[in-house]
Ligand binder design. Structure first.
Ligand SMILES: CC(C)(COP(=O)(O)OP(=O)(O)OC[C@H]1O[C@@H](n2cnc3c(N)ncnc32)[C@H](O)[C@@H]1OP(=O)(O)O)[C@@H](O)C(=O)NCCC(=O)NCCS
Length: 190
């Protein structure tokens, strides 16, 4: 099944479409990864076609297994669609179906207009709508990444705690949490 999440155009941002990554994304992906800030905050290098294809294959495997749902973010403007970012959901596992984690980046030329905030907000709403047992979405960013902290707040992820002893393979930093909002939620559930 090919998932598409559409965010209507608003203000300075054209319509955003979250969609699965495809083989056609090799060159835009390499271009996005030329940015040193993106390379600083991401784990896997993408410098050439071989690495881009490996990266895309990893997203496809994650999607097939359901363990990592990674979406390219396209922005539609007068010139058509342009790749502007990536959002990823690591969905509920079998051991804890109530929680999942999100991650994201925006291509350097598209930053500062709210792309990440909107795409993460849309991904989060889609996740709560798609996984009925999901109750809590988590977002972890390094403490010296203030832009990511702002994205979290703007996408509805309240600061929860400072993580000083992260699990192996993950970073220390700030944990932000967005909970499912229920129509009948009282203040203690917010
Ligand atoms: C973090 C990142 C995703 C933000 O993307 P973006 O599309 O520019 O984000 P938005 O336009 O939605 O901006 C969100 C907020 O970040 C703020 N911001 C942007 N750059 C900033 C910076 N260098 N320092 C502080 N705040 C910054 C914006 O002003 C905005 O806050 P505001 O609403 O209070 O003005 C982007 O910088 C990026 O891809 N960085 C590299 C990868 C990364 O850090 N990913 C997150 C890993 S946890």
């Amino acid at each position: 099944m090919s998932i598409r999440v559409v965010v209507a155009a608003s203000g300075a941002i054209g319509e955003l479409v979250l969609r699965p990554w495809t083989a056609d994304d090799v060159h835009p992906l390499i271009e996005a990864y030329r940015d040193p800030t993106l390379r600083r905050w991401t784990r896997v290098p993408v410098t050439d076609e071989v690495e881009a294809e490996a990266w895309l294959a990893e997203q496809a495997r994650g999607s097939a297994s359901g363990r990592r749902l990674s979406f390219a973010v396209d922005e539609f403007g007068p010139g058509g669609a342009r790749l502007v970012g990536n959002v990823v959901l690591k969905p509920p596992g079998t051991t804890d179906e109530g929680r999942a984690e999100v991650g994201y980046w925006t291509a350097a030329p598209a930053r500062g207009r709210g792309v990440a905030s909107r795409a993460v907000d849309a991904l989060s709403a889609w996740a709560f709508g798609s996984f009925s047992r999901l109750d809590r979405l988590e977002l972890l960013h390094h403490s010296d990444n203030p832009a990511s902290c702002r994205v979290a707040e703007r996408a509805g992820y309240a600061f929860a705690s400072v993580v000083t002893e992260p699990p192996p393979g993950t970073a220390s930093g700030h944990l932000h949490v967005r909970r499912r909002t229920r129509p009948d939620a009282g203040p203690e559930d917010a």
